[in-house]
Design a protein around this ligand. Structure first.
Ligand SMILES: C[S@@+](CC[C@H](N)C(=O)[O-])C[C@H]1O[C@@H](n2cnc3c(N)ncnc32)[C@H](O)[C@@H]1O
Length: 309
């Protein structure tokens, strides 16, 4: 199995639940012939970025139910320099009272949902944890011990993210099922639904809830269409398993990834090692198996893609 590294993969903003740390462990399960990688719960899109950085898909679809977040993605992809200029101005203007300034920008964001305001909030909030009130207002607080990503680092990240994904990425806002169900035979869907301990219940950590049954129903439909997909799903911290397991009848292949002391472990209040679960659909398992029988052809194809980057 080919080894990958997380180094050199840019990230657009801090985001709780980001799969940045384990993206390299997910990539070996990506087939060599992916036309389009669809990420229906994209957040900060760590897996799409890792796939793009390694030349493993030709096109991308990013979707999330959080509309302001997807407006931010459009700016990142289409106008990264302008966005970086805005961030630069906000970041410099936050002194001398960055605590007060955070509230000012949070109010402004709640009035007009400007993407650069959201970027500033994401850079400043506690643990990158997005929270909205029940009436839809962004209500997370700042981590006032930190000033947020430095403007030159932010600019570099935004430009690199845009270079990797612009012109080959469609951005959508909406529920995951609609977009996940559009995958064709040569596509791959990577799904990282909200952590079960949070959004499957009525926690405010994400914009909208998602029920376990709705998720399972969508997977049944995807299986009927033979869609290749990977799910990141609740794991194990220490000796505690989180979340209701996905049902056997879905015929998924269950694998574990040692994630170390991930943010998820910290979120759950422990120091224990976190083991994250990933599930592969039967269609994907079959696709990978038939690919393993002809490795030379796919390696050649990948090398060709790299040489055009
Ligand atoms: C665990 S986070 C994804 C993190 C992402 N993998 C990354 O690397 O940053 C889950 C995301 O699902 C989104 N979400 C929650 N419910 C959703 C739904 N019903 N449809 C689509 N997206 C949803 C949240 O807004 C959040 O961004």
């Amino acid at each position: 199995m080919k080894a990958y590294s997380n180094l050199l993969v840019p990230h657009p903003f801090p985001y709780q639940g980001s799969k940045r740390g384990i993206a390299k462990d997910i990539l070996p399960h990506v087939p060599g012939d992916v036309q389009c990688l669809i990420e229906p719960f994209c957040g900060a899109g760590a897996v799409s970025l890792a796939v793009a950085a390694n030349g493993l898909a030709k096109r991308f679809v990013l979707n999330d139910i959080n509309e302001p977040l997807m407006k931010l993605w459009v700016e990142i992809l289409e106008r990264p320099d302008l966005l970086a200029d805005h961030y630069d101005r906000l970041w410099l203007a936050q002194e001398p009272d960055r605590k007060e300034y955070f509230f000012k920008i949070r109010d402004a964001f709640n009035r007009s949902h400007q993407p650069h305001h959201l970027l500033y909030l994401l850079a400043r909030i506690v643990k990158g944890a997005v929270r909205y009130s029940s009436d839809g207002f962004f209500n997370q607080s700042a981590d006032n011990r930190r000033s947020g990503m430095k403007p030159h680092t932010m600019r570099l990240n935004l430009l690199c993210v845009s270079r990797l994904l612009a012109h080959k990425t469609q951005v959508h806002t909406g529920g995951f099922a609609e977009i996940a169900g559009t995958a064709g035979a040569k596509d791959l869907v990577y799904m990282d639904p909200p952590y079960q301990g949070t959004s499957f219940t009525r926690d405010h950590r994400y914009l909208h809830g998602l029920t376990y049954d709705d998720f399972v129903d969508a997977l049944i439909e995807m299986n009927e269409k033979d869609i290749s997909y990977i799910i990141s799903y609740d794991g194990i911290t220490g000796n505690k398993t989180h979340g209701k397991p996905l049902p056997e009848h879905l015929a998924l292949k269950h694998l574990y990834i040692h994630a170390g002391r991930s943010s998820q472990a910290t979120l759950l209040g422990g120091n224990a090692e976190t083991i994250e679960s990933i599930y592969l659909s039967s269609a994907l398992v079959e696709r990978l198996a038939s690919e393993a029988e002809k490795p030379v052809r796919y390696d050649q194809q990948r090398q060709q893609e790299f040489s055009f980057v």
